[in-house]
Design a protein around this ligand. Sequence first.
Ligand code: PAF
Length: 284
Amino acid sequence: MRLVRRVKEMQSISRRLHEEKKRVGFVPTMGSLHDGHLSLIRLARKMCDTLVVSVFVNPTQFSPSEDFTRYPRDIERDKKLCESEGTDILFAPETDDMYPEDFSTYVVEERLSLPLCGRSRPTHFRGVTTVVTKLFNIIRPTFAVFGQKDAQQAFVIERMVRDLNFDIEIVVAPIVREKDGLAMSSRNRYLSPKEREEATAIFRSLSGVKQMVRKGERKTSPLIKLIRDEIARTETGRLDYAEIVDTRTLSPVEVIEDDVLVAVAAQFGRARLIDNIIIKKDEL
Ligand code: PAF
């Protein structure tokens, strides 16, 4: 595995891979890798000639009050994990190489970025679309793999790729969960034992929603109430949002008639956790 730290070096490798007509798979990450990331890397590995993983904690997707400086970083461990999963190139650029001092160009998706996490993190997706565009330009992958856990991010990236005509296939990989259902996340390590235990309320509530829909419930208000009640029963959790939205528009729906995303964000101690399920029309 080759570790690449400079943008220019990565660009010259990408140019060569392009000339050699290699099928390049790309998994963008902010490092601190866990089994969720490894599942994306394994999926990408099976689909490409050359596998590039990036590790870059992107400052522009954090607001000043968020955890950018505290965000967990462990490049040595990430390096070993990437190598053991058959990564060919680990791209881990320095912040000042990605964002020179006079950096002033951003990519903004103006519709799907607004609801859900966009409401409580208004500049977050602008940072994501900007850095993903930069990474796509630097790496020029054939396809890139994103996790379903960040469902809104995946929808925003798919829209950006379509709208800006990136010639890149977006693959969305399923959520990987701990045994008790908690979705894997780098932020889980912020949880105290009590918060960790109580955070299972998120997946429990989503499973409850699925069950109610299976039994025939189609109105979203009782389903959202179920999520609210489940989080309210914890001592350490505070709900940010629980919403059921159309998967094409991310607008709230009152009655489920088509594919919907059931999305939850909740704060447990220092960790803002998100999770979701998709209910497909053919399951109704
Ligand atoms: O999902 C993430 O880890 C980040 O948002 C991404 C896509 C690597 C961009 O920084």
